[in-house]
Write a protein that binds this ligand. Structure first.
Ligand SMILES: C[S@@+](CC[C@H](N)C(=O)[O-])C[C@H]1O[C@@H](n2cnc3c(N)ncnc32)[C@H](O)[C@@H]1O
Length: 272
């Protein structure tokens, strides 16, 4: 009975959110979901695991390298206006990408939006001969799974324009290979590539599974996948996708206080 009531309340909140969004669109406003990082986000309330969404950063002062690291600050210059990814998450991305430069494999980002984190990753690769493959529809999200991705709608995160992203990245022309269209179709032709670093920022359950299906088997030993939004209530579908995918694999996704999760590929059993 309690579960039924919780389900009803949750459905009511999501319906309210959608009705409000439709009303604003009717008035001529384009509405995009900005993910709340607070525990007050209604999306997780009433879920069976909703009580596990909590504020878990400490009150103690902690070292914040994204504010002071000169190498990061230089690379982050010009990125902030083009990304919805916060500077602490960008620092995680940048640090892991810089390490992955020493592995033998290309880089990829799924979910480019206005190009901010793509620009940061391209900057992290300076001086290497690696490629950065970028994947986005530039039409926003595809149709979400109603049960797993409540709160999202097709077309959310529609980018400014593909042309604007190409312009933003033009100084990295040789490095970047931008593939416009729907994941996983746009992975076609890359089957023989190997990857050292993959940023998955696609928000939805199905899109995340499709990225894991393609990139995990092509990730070199020591290579990293970073899942943005893993810990945020609004993108719970993404977390569920990651947990399902790695449930029967040796790698353990590591949840960070930033909301991201990272996976480091282990060597294949029997590999020298
Ligand atoms: C949150 S945005 C990415 C944010 C970006 N990394 C940044 O720096 O702000 C999510 C993106 O995923 C894309 N996306 C999600 N699923 C997709 C799919 N199946 N095919 C293509 N693009 C997809 C959307 O178009 C959207 O631009």
């Amino acid at each position: 009975m309690r579960e039924l009531a919780r389900g009803f309340i949750r459905g009511f909140r999501v319906a309210g959110y959608r009705a409000g969004k439709a009303a604003l669109r009717g008035l001529g406003y384009d509405v995009h979901l900005i993910r709340s990082h607070g525990s007050g986000d209604a999306i997780h309330e009433g879920l069976e695991d909703g009580h596990l969404y909590r504020k878990w950063s400490t009150d103690t002062a902690m070292w914040t390298p994204w504010l002071g690291d000169e190498v990061f600050r230089a690379a982050f210059e010009g990125v902030a206006p083009h990304t919805v990814v916060s500077s602490d998450r960008c620092y995680t991305l940048f640090s892991l990408a810089r390490q992955a430069r020493f592995l033998d494999g290309d880089f990829a980002e799924c979910g480019v939006f206005n190009g901010g984190t793509a620009l940061l990753l391209a900057g992290s690769m300076e001086g290497t001969d690696r490629k950065l493959f970028l994947f986005d529809s530039f039409e926003g999200l595809p149709e979400p799974d109603q049960a797993r991705d409540p709160g999202f709608e097709a077309g959310d995160f529609k980018s400014a324009s593909e042309a604007a992203v190409r312009k933003l990245l033009r100084e990295h022309g040789e490095t970047v290979d931008l593939r416009t269209g729907w994941i996983p179709e746009t992975f076609g032709g890359l089957e023989d590539r190997r990857f050292a670093f993959v940023h998955v920022d696609v928000d939805l359950y199905r899109s995340t599974i499709d990225c894991c299906d393609f990139f995990y088997p092509r990730l070199v030993a020591g290579g990293t996948m970073v899942f943005d939004d893993y810990g945020f209530p609004a993108t719970r579908g993404m977390r569920v996708a990651v947990e399902e995918f790695f449930a029967d694999r040796p790698e353990v996704p590591l949840a960070l206080p930033t909301g991201q999760a990272i996976v480091t590929r282990l060597p294949d059993p029997g590999a020298p």
